[in-house]
Design a protein around this ligand. Structure first.
Ligand SMILES: [Fe+2]
Ligand SMILES: [Fe+2]
Length: 541
């Protein structure tokens, strides 16, 4: 009656274990639980879990415990060295390796229960067990190996237990039939749990690699943004970690591992909408850049005008032999040629967009543009088209208003794409985190003009990470890499302009997040001494 009650009790525990296994999401912890429970259900002193490596056709040691020797080894905790060699499932001729209990158990999908491993009649090679006993002064005796077969009947591993202990005397006794059935049941639930977890891990890895690949491809469409998403993701996590570790309620953001993962993915995807941005806008280095730099066309027109001037000059010199008149003709020609060269050089400088354009420069662009040249059809055309004038007259940078709107629209596209994806619950905040990186704390950002309190702390953190990455990136057109101290000054000025969350910028500086980032991602030559007391608006208290 007593043993029957004990069995019922053990069956109840088995049920609880099954439920617990199905909830475990970490494979090493799952294996740990399986072995601990198998040992506790059977009062076994030791045990090992092997998992099948399909690639290498062998059994890999994953976890091993021997209570009485205080041994607790797990591959997950000791991945630096392969402590135990894997066991080949097949021999050189392709036949199953039936010499070892564990491999025979795996290839035959049968449990093996041996009362005493030192009894000669068991027929298996226990050399490894004997070596273990000699090394640790142990005496392996009773032994059970049970296959872990999943729903498809596929053996994914083996649970092996050593030395069942009598619960009253502590003596080593053989594993009973009930023990075997309990471990078989546990092993089968464990196999299903491990298979499910592998499936989840595989899906997650596939998702993650897809996210990173897409983001990399989008960023690398332009050499100026290569690696941007990866670095924004990393910097976001660094600042979020500082927010996790500080107690100020205005900047504190509590993170568990899943929150970190959600934030990392949001960082990788924050600019996914750039997939809709035309190529030539992504790295527009001059005002007239489209698929090519149209300044070349302006240069050709200048050359045509210079040749027309030369032809005029030759024609005029044919009409006279007066030396003074010839000198005047030559001078007019030289002056015209010089003016054309000067005008073109002026336009070429304007095209670069390196400095702010004042009204005088705008007027000169219009004046040059309103001149005429004779096209191939013999028609007079304006030297510059209205569109070329408009682009050259952009006062700051290289982008026209329309082009800037097209670039800014990437955030609408990001939000549209991310809202259209069916994220699992643990990634549900990705659209909000990623979609707010161009909003300003004072409501002047885009696309929704959100104010600080309308954005989550991670979204505000990502806005800082996005800006700081862009300021410090090495590969920007017509700009030397910026020094760290200058980048921080720019960041602080943006905070004073109401663009960024002041408390989070303070934390960025106070927590030396900028330095952690710089050491990891900036060129050594960019990292200079930072005098935090000189940073505008910085408040360390
Ligand atoms: Fe963006
Ligand atoms: Fe970005």
């Amino acid at each position: 009656m007593g043993s029957s009650n004990s069995l019922i009790d053990r069956l109840h525990r088995l049920n609880d274990i099954g439920i617990a296994l199905s909830a475990e999401r970490d494979t090493p912890k799952l294996l740990e639980r399986i072995l601990e429970n198998a040992r506790s259900l059977t009062h076994a002193d030791g045990g090992t879990i092997y998992l099948v490596s399909e690639e290498d056709k062998c059994l890999n040691f994953k976890i091993m415990m021997t209570d009485s020797l205080g041994i607790h080894w797990s591959e997950a905790l000791d991945s630096s060295t392969q402590k135990y060699p894997c066991l080949p499932l097949y021999q050189a001729d392709g036949s199953p390796n039936d010499h070892l209990v564990a491999t025979h158990c795996a290839t035959s999908c049968k449990s093996i229960n041996i009362p005493d491993v030192y009894a000669t009649e068991n027929g298996f090679d226990f050399t490894g067990t004997h070596q273990f006993d000699q090394r640790f002064g142990y005496r392996s005796k009773s032994f059970i190996a049970v296959p872990m077969a999943n729903n498809d009947g596929e053996v994914i591993g083996v649970v092996q237990l050593i030395n069942a202990l009598d619960s009253n005397t502590g003596e080593v006794v053989p594993f009973s039939k009930d023990d075997r059935k309990l471990v078989e049941s546990l092993a089968s639930q464990a196999a299903v749990a491990v298979t499910n977890q592998r499936f989840i891990d595989d899906q997650r890895q596939l998702f993650e690699s897809l996210v990173k690949m897409i983001s990399d491809v989008i960023d690398e469409r332009s050499p100026f943004t290569a690696g941007h998403s990866k670095r924004v993701s990393a910097l976001t996590l660094l600042l979020a970690e500082a927010a996790n570790n500080n107690n100020d309620p205005e900047t504190h953001f509590k993170m568990e591992d899943e929150d970190r993962y959600e934030l990392e993915i949001a960082g990788w995807l924050h600019d996914c909408g750039k997939i809709t941005t035309p190529d030539h806008l992504l790295d527009k280095s001059t005002k007239l850049q489209t698929r090519f730099d149209r300044i070349k066309v302006v240069e050709l027109r200048t050359e045509i005008l210079k040749r027309d001037a030369y032809i005029d000059y030759l024609n005029q010199t044919n009409d006279t032999t007066d030396s003074k008149e010839l000198d005047r003709i030559k001078l007019r020609y030289e002056e015209k040629k010089q003016r054309l060269d000067e005008d073109f050089n002026f336009l070429r400088t304007m095209n670069i967009g390196g400095e702010f354009l004042h009204d005088k420069a705008i007027a000169r662009i219009h004046e040059i543009g309103d001149r005429h040249w004779l096209n191939s059809g013999g028609e007079l055309e304006s030297f510059l088209s209205p569109e070329e004038i408009e682009y050259l007259c952009v006062r700051k940078g290289t982008l026209s208003d329309i082009e800037r709107k097209k670039i800014n629209n990437h955030i609408n596209a990001s939000i549209f794409i991310l809202n259209g994806l069916r994220f699992p619950p643990y990634l549900k905040n990705v659209p909000e985190y990623a979609g707010g990186h161009h909003e300003h704390i004072d409501g002047t950002g885009y696309p929704n003009g959100l104010k600080g309190d309308q954005m989550s702390i991670p979204a505000r953190i990502m806005a800082i990470a996005d800006v700081f990455e862009a300021i410090t990136a090495h590969d920007r057109p017509y700009r030397d890499p910026i020094m760290l101290s200058n980048a921080l000054k720019i960041l602080c000025r943006m905070r004073l302009d109401g663009h960024l969350d002041g408390k989070l910028v303070d934390l960025f500086i106070k927590g030396k997040v900028y330095l952690q980032y710089a050491e990891k991602f900036l060129h050594k030559s960019q990292i200079d001494e930072v005098d935090e007391s000189q940073l505008p608006g910085y408040n360390p208290d």
